[in-house]
Design a protein around this ligand. Structure first.
Ligand code: PGA
Length: 249
């Protein structure tokens, strides 16, 4: 049985006061921890403050990105040790905005995942195709190539630190959600790929989230799909009303 996971990616949004207000609303929500996990990924600069505010809460804090080296001359970067040091529980890696705007390659993403699993640091590993790739009907090949390259050299035993998030680029922040059946088909394809790369038991146990214009109106339909285990939510995670509705789908 895979535990549901609802994660909010706040991206470069909110000021400290707004972030603290939102966290205080999320703190009070009631959900069964044995059935569901809730994560927020705020901006780096608010992490220490928000970790303190969420002390003793069931809501966990992730970073939106992380560097693969332990320390050193990497101006502007943040290491896993630093995040662990302030009580951050994990990180998103390979978000399409990192891949497209900041030119992160599959090779770099693989380095981050390798370091994270070595450090037993949970990762939400994002993959997804562009609209052109979907139109050209190469979306499954593109996404499974991203999965394969990101997980190169990752042993089966270390896969328990990884959650995959399928986020079609054309659905992110556009209001266009993949239909639940299209999302389900991709999740199934990723699971088949993992069954071949590792084995069926692993493929059946790994969580695969859907991301891209998830909102209160479409979460139930998505979550009803056999291979969709949760959601990575951008825009709708910035408002308590909509994020809480999604959490309580
Ligand atoms: P969105 O973003 O929900 O605003 O489409 C999702 C994401 O980028 O993780």
């Amino acid at each position: 049985m895979r535990k549901a996971l609802i994660a909010g990616n706040w991206k470069m949004n909110l000021n400290l006061e707004e972030a603290a207000l939102l966290v205080n609303r999320l703190k009070s929500i009631d959900f069964d921890e044995s059935e569901k996990e809730v994560i927020i990924a705020p901006s780096f600069v608010y992490l220490p403050e928000l970790v303190k505010l969420l002390k003793d809460s069931r809501v966990k804090i992730f970073a939106q990105n992380v560097h693969h080296e332990k320390s050193g001359a990497f101006t502007g970067e943040i290491s896993i040790d630093m995040l662990k040091n302030i009580g951050v529980s994990g990180s998103i890696v390979g978000h399409s905005e990192r891949r497209i705007i900041f030119k992160e390659t599959d090779e770099l993403i693989n380095k981050k995942i390798k370091t994270a699993v070595k450090e037993k640091f949970p990762i939400i590993f994002c993959v997804g195709e562009t609209l052109e790739q979907r139109m050209a009907d190469v979306h499954e090949e593109v996404v499974n190539t991203q999965v394969g390259l990101g997980l190169e050299g990752i042993d089966e035993i270390d896969m328990n630190h990884i959650t995959i998030a399928y986020e079609p680029v054309w659905a992110i922040g556009t209001g266009k959600t993949a239909s639940s059946s299209d999302a389900e088909a991709m999740h199934k394809s990723i699971r088949n790929f993992l069954a071949k790369k590792y084995n069926k038991a692993l493929a059946d146990s790994i969580r695969i989230l859907y991301g891209g214009s998830v909102k209160p109106e479409n979460i139930s339909e998505l979550m009803a799909m056999e291979n969709i285990d949760g959601a990575l939510v951008g825009g709708a995670s910035l408002k308590a009303e909509s994020f809480i509705k999604i959490i309580n789908y």
